[in-house]
Design a protein around this ligand. Structure first.
Ligand code: SF4
Length: 367
């Protein structure tokens, strides 16, 4: 399902700089105005056309009549108790809601963006998977989330003096790990990536944008063939086909052997290592033997494993692995298979910062 017709208004955040220039050419407007508008959108992060005073009145009037800025009103914003994570529930033009998360880890500011309303992949431990799929996001809706976070960072600069931990006020990292499967919405997501990367705009480097897939093999192969300059994270969660099918239904469509073949192709063609995500669920996929199965699967590959203790959700009975078991898992990967790994800090757990948890927890929200 596509978003409802917005009166044929052009969503400005969905245009690359050259597309914006072409629009102004079609309108018979000076190119300088297009450049000034671009700067207002991505350097000054202007929230309205009224906040673009250097554009002539007639240009602003036409923009207001024929384009849209996608304001994404905040339905709810929640801070984790440690102050490192802020989660936004944002409202789209059709009143659907998505989640966007601002994370401030040591030395890094990262925006976690959604790519769909809901998700069709149905991972059993995931709140978004439990919601089901509603629709793809447009490129503008993906970019507008990043702009929202960039604005929030800028306006929070003053809060540093109020004791909130800060790792900078400029957005430097984006992960597509929010609601949705980005490779299920390939064209829109990669168009958004092109806009995010524009060096005269938000200027995100390709190695600071990460697409996270649950294993959509055609999308991985397309990324490889197009040699896209982005990081790839693959949500593995299990290293045998039966175990993976129990957690990730999409493994029935793209079995583990096909997924690993696609990952090898990706690394060969791009020269990039892949980040393998492993949600640690106590008693289900966290045993030493399962660590060895992962090790054998990934041995010799350009790989890093991210171990993520489960974020509990209402629709799944599993609980997170205990810290000591996570450390043993990590030690086996490194000492027996020379596989680097990290244990992801569970920042924001108290604000339900696993994807989809805010949207499912609260349907009647306030700003
Ligand atoms: S984990 Fe990702 S791919 Fe799986 S259901 Fe959730 S949002 Fe979709």
């Amino acid at each position: 399902m596509q978003p409802p017709d917005a009166g044929h208004r052009v969503p400005l955040y969905g245009l690359t700089r050259s597309e914006l220039t072409e629009l102004f050419q079609r309108w018979g407007l000076a190119q300088a105005h297009a450049g000034r508008l671009w700067n207002y959108l991505y350097l000054e992060l202007a929230p309205t056309f009224d906040a673009m005073p250097e554009l002539p009145d007639r240009v602003r009037a036409r923009l207001a009549a024929e384009t849209e800025l996608l304001p994404l009103p905040v339905a709810q914003a929640t801070d984790s108790s440690d102050g490192f994570t802020r989660k936004y529930l944002l409202t789209l033009a059709d009143q659907k809601q998505i989640e966007t998360v601002l994370m401030r880890f040591t030395g890094r500011v990262t925006a976690c963006l959604s790519s769909q309303v809901g998700c069709a992949m149905g991972c059993v431990f995931c709140a978004t998977g439990q919601m089901g799929y509603t629709r793809h996001l447009t490129p503008a809706e993906v970019v507008a989330q990043a702009v929202h976070v960039a604005r929030a960072l800028r306006s929070s600069a003053s809060s540093q003096s109020q004791g909130v931990p800060s790792a900078g006020t400029r957005l430097r990292n984006v992960v597509l790990m929010g609601m949705g499967e980005p490779l299920h919405n390939y064209d829109a997501v990669l168009h958004a990536v092109d806009i995010l990367r524009d060096p005269g705009g938000l200027a995100l480097a390709g190695d600071r944008i990460t697409l996270s897939t649950v294993g959509v093999v055609p999308g991985i192969l397309r990324l490889a063939a197009e040699r896209r300059s982005v990081n790839l994270a693959v949500s593995l969660h299990a290293a045998t086909q039966p175990e993976r099918m129990a957690l990730v239904p999409v493994a029935r469509t793209w079995p583990l052997d096909q997924l690993m073949a696609a990952c090898r192709t990706y690394s060969e063609q791009t020269g990039r290592r892949i980040f393998y995500e492993w949600t640690l669920i106590e008693g289900q996929n966290d045993s030493p033997e399962q660590a060895r199965t992962v090790g054998r699967l990934l041995r010799g590959m350009a790989a890093q494993v991210n171990l993520i203790p489960l974020n509990p959700t209402g629709g799944f009975a599993g609980i997170p692995t205990r810290p000591e078991a996570a450390r043993i898992f990590q030690r086996i990967l490194f000492e027996e298979f020379e596989l680097p790994s990290t244990i992801r800090q569970r920042r924001g757990i108290d604000i339900a910062a696993g994807c989809g948890q805010l949207a499912t927890a609260d349907k009647s929200v306030e700003s």
